[in-house]
Design a protein around this ligand. Structure first.
Ligand SMILES: Nc1ncnc2c1ncn2[C@@H]1O[C@H](COP(=O)(O)OP(=O)(O)OP(=O)(O)O)[C@@H](O)[C@H]1O
Ligand SMILES: [Mg+2]
Length: 222
């Protein structure tokens, strides 16, 4: 659908409502990379690293703990008190996002991953009131990601209405959906934009099974 894959060193967003498969998509991107010898890094601002590991292990048998031990993957748990990145409501969201960017920058220099996944940041951006601040914080963060040379996937929930700001600043934007068609709920995927490549102008059915996620050649609509 994107003429071969994400371009190296770009920032790619995956947008969708809750349960559409954003975390699965990005986790599979990282897991698949480790099979090709590409080191991965995962940053989980909203849920704990242990939770993500348990989820991916029970859903697909992907052993992120083993990959960490083998040095193929580094998971940065933002909730880790050692990192001192507090995300309490008393902290100014702009300060939080600036500190978050610095933390990611430091970790990227330390770990030097080829693939990076940052799970849903939209709730933090929602707390920033001025749109121009959201834009410049997004540009700063995405600039840091590009400068590292890693290929990044950033997931974005739609619940907070922050997706357009983040998609605007990204090199590509993919949208996941789950909707009722007849008596069934069908998952689907389409590419909203991809700078520097031609893209499929079609909506495709997305399957999630014990083997992970796959894109079908079918359209969800008759
Ligand atoms: N082995 C499996 N076979 C089929 N479906 C699965 C399997 N494992 C997980 N799923 C489904 O995949 C979906 C998980 O999606 P995921 O957690 O990636 O959503 P999300 O978009 O990240 O949601 P949120 O915004 O709430 O974080 C769940 O609906 C779950 O039922
Ligand atoms: Mg998720």
């Amino acid at each position: 659908m994107i003429d071969g894959g994400f371009h190296k060193g770009t920032v790619n967003t995956i947008t969708g409502a809750s349960g559409t498969g954003k975390t699965v998509f990005a986790s599979q991107f990282i897991h698949q990379g480790t099979k090709f010898g590409e080191k991965g890094m995962i940053v989980t601002p909203s849920e704990s690293a242990d939770y993500l590991k348990r989820e991916m292990s029970s859903s697909f048998g992907w052993d992120f703990s083993a990959l960490e031990k083998e040095g193929k993957l580094c998971i940065v748990d933002v909730t880790d008190p050692v990192l001192r990145l507090q995300k309490s409501i008393e902290i100014d969201p702009v300060d939080f996002l600036i500190n978050f960017r610095k933390l990611v920058e430091r970790k990227l220099q330390e770990v030097k991953p080829e693939r990076l996944f940052i799970d849903d940041l939209s709730a933090f951006f929602m707390a920033v009131e001025a749109p121009f601040k959201i834009r410049s914080l997004t540009d700063d963060l995405f600039g840091t990601l590009r400068a590292s040379g890693a290929t990044s996937v950033v997931t974005i929930g739609t619940a907070f209405g922050m997706n357009q700001f983040l998609e605007y600043g990204a090199d590509s934007a993919t949208v996941l959906k789950r909707e009722r068609i007849g008596n069934n709920l069908i998952r689907s995927i389409f590419i909203m934009k991809m700078r520097g490549s031609k893209i499929a102008n079609s909506i495709r059915v997305l399957d999630i099974s014990d083997d992970g996620m796959s894109v079908s050649s079918l359209s969800p609509y008759p």
